[in-house]
Design a protein around this ligand. Structure first.
Ligand code: MG
Length: 398
């Protein structure tokens, strides 16, 4: 890497990806400089991060009265309110923005960062799933690179480096298959929230864990890959790789397949984006996780059972329809997962509700960001309404 440290802003610094981004910064003293930190409501952690990394700008976006009191006590100089994300994303000293907020709140700051010429390390799914048609052309216009932070997209990106786009036959995204891979339809209907929250290989928040269990997470990754790598849906495939060692693959026209492998850890994709195009030596750092082939007993691959995991095809269908359809997919999923976590619906009903919302939605082509937001909100309301309407007996539907 260059001699001077890379200057970064972390949007969503107290979330899972934000904290792991700071682990990477900590592991490579001198390689990075944290210029701006922005988070929502975890003031105690944000204050700790501010003490350790001494950024020029600290922003806390929550407008909650209690959060403001904490800020007065712990971070009196922090910027307050939603403008903080924008200020962090466009700070003059920032070269790279790590976009790790959750939900749509990150889209506008990401667009602003692109217009300001910042490189984007993108961890926020909604940005490309819902607004890929706005974000990617803007990035091209400003000559800005969008670097993926998700493990699958990082793997695809690493496999694609130095290759020609026209020679790619397909992108093959791997899925762990989640905790219900071997279950029958009947068993899946009886799955409890506790079972669903236990993921075999990745430790994540409840929403992403349920999305992994239903394969909706994989569906969203397919849509993201479509935008990131300008690849038609016909050329994007999903395959189950239960060990989560192979993070994705690229097949070329000569039948050659490149795959990226490593022990499952989000630190690596984060590090790879942060240091790009360099690779930083992790030996001797707390992040070192060398893969020993003799300890990996086997690598298995299997097709996805698309009947038992209908969320994947719902995502493909929404991606192909385009416009506001992916926003409806995301909004409907958000409410359906919340209903499942609250014990109000069964696991297979998540897909049923999303499918119903997509069917009822009139797609807007080339939507504005406001259209996207409205469609997502409509889907959230629609799913709540549909679930409320549903008499308990309809659970028995075959
Ligand atoms: Mg992933």
């Amino acid at each position: 890497m260059a001699d001077s440290p890379r200057r970064i802003a972390v949007l969503g610094s107290t979330g899972s990806i934000g904290r792991q981004t700071l682990d990477v910064v900590r592991a490579f003293p001198g390689a990075f400089r944290v210029v701006a930190l922005a988070a929502r409501g975890n003031v105690a952690l944000l204050a700790e991060q501010a003490r350790e990394f001494a950024p020029e700008l600290v922003a806390c976006t929550s407008e909650d009265a209690e959060v403001r009191r904490q800020l007065d006590a712990l971070l009196p100089r922090a910027m307050r309110g939603p403008d903080g994300l924008m200020a962090a994303a466009t700070h003059a000293d920032v070269e790279m923005v790590v976009a790790a907020t959750s939900g749509l709140v990150g889209v506008e700051p990401t667009l602003a960062a692109i217009r300001a010429g910042k490189t984007i390390a993108l961890a926020n799914k909604e940005t490309l799933v819902m607004a890929g048609h706005l974000v990617m052309p803007e990035a091209r216009r400003h000559g800005v690179e969008i670097l993926p932070v998700d493990s699958e997209h990082s793997a695809l990106w690493q496999c694609l480096r130095g290759e020609r786009h026209a020679e790619v036959r397909k992108l093959i995204i791997t899925a762990s298959g989640g905790p219900f891979r071997g279950m029958s339809r009947e068993q899946m209907r009886e799955v409890t929230v506790e079972q669903a929250l236990h993921h075999p290989t990745w430790n994540m928040g409840p929403k992403v864990t349920i999305d992994s269990a239903t394969l909706m997470n994989k569906g969203l990754e397919v849509i993201e890959a479509h935008w990131l790598f300008a690849m038609p849906y016909e050329q994007i495939e999903v395959v189950v790789q239960p060990q989560s060692i192979v993070h994705s693959m690229v097949e070329y026209v000569d039948d050659s397949i490149k795959m990226q492998a490593s022990l499952p850890s989000m630190h690596l994709p984060i590090q790879d984006a942060l240091s790009y195009p360099a690779r930083l030596d992790r030996a001797g750092t707390p992040l070192a996780r060398e893969l020993r082939w003799h300890e990996v007993a086997r690598l298995e691959f299997a097709a996805v059972d698309r009947e038992r995991f209908p969320c994947l095809d719902l995502a493909y269908a929404a991606g192909r329809r385009g416009g506001t359809a992916p926003a409806v997919l995301v909004g409907a999923d958000e409410t359906a997962v919340a209903l499942f976590l609250a014990g109000k619906i069964r696991l297979p009903e998540i897909a049923e509700l999303i499918g119903a919302a997509l069917e009822r939605h009139t797609v807007i082509a080339e939507p504005s960001l406001a259209d996207v937001q409205a469609a997502s909100q409509w889907a959230q309301d629609e799913v709540a309404r549909l679930a409320g309407e549903r008499p308990p007996e309809s659970h028995a539907k075959g």
